[in-house]
Design a protein around this ligand. Structure first.
Ligand SMILES: [Zn+2]
Length: 93
C-alpha cells in the first residue's frame, strides 16, 4: 500500500539572484531584479503525492505594470512557465 501525505506542499521560489541570502523573505524580482517580498503563485504541480507550488517574485512596480497592461503580464507568465519547464522538467513531465 502506498501511503501518501497529500497535504505535503513544497514551495519553490523563483527569483533573480542578488546579494541576499537564499533563505530570506526578500529576493530579486524575477522581471527587474528589484528587491521585493511579493510573490505570485504561477503554477502548481502534483507529483508522487506531493504538491509543488511555484512562486515567482514580482515587485510592486512590475505588478503595477501588469495591472496597466495585461500583455506585459502575459509575457511575464510565459517567461516564468518556460523557466519552470526547463529548470524543473523532472517535476513537470
Ligand atoms: Zn519588478
Amino acid at each position: 500500500m502506498n501511503m501518501y501525505n497529500n497535504s505535503s506542499i513544497k514551495t519553490i521560489d523563483i527569483y533573480e539572484e542578488t546579494h541576499l541570502p537564499k533563505e530570506g523573505w526578500l529576493q530579486g524580482c524575477f522581471r527587474c531584479r528589484n528587491i521585493t517580498s511579493l510573490k505570485i503563485n504561477m503554477r502548481k504541480v502534483k507529483r508522487r503525492g506531493r504538491t509543488y507550488k511555484f512562486d515567482v517574485y514580482a515587485c510592486k512596480d512590475c505588478r503595477q505594470d501588469f495591472k496597466k497592461d495585461r500583455t506585459k503580464y502575459r509575457t511575464f507568465k510565459i517567461m516564468c512557465h518556460n523557466y519552470i519547464s526547463s529548470e524543473y522538467y523532472y517535476l513537470i513531465r
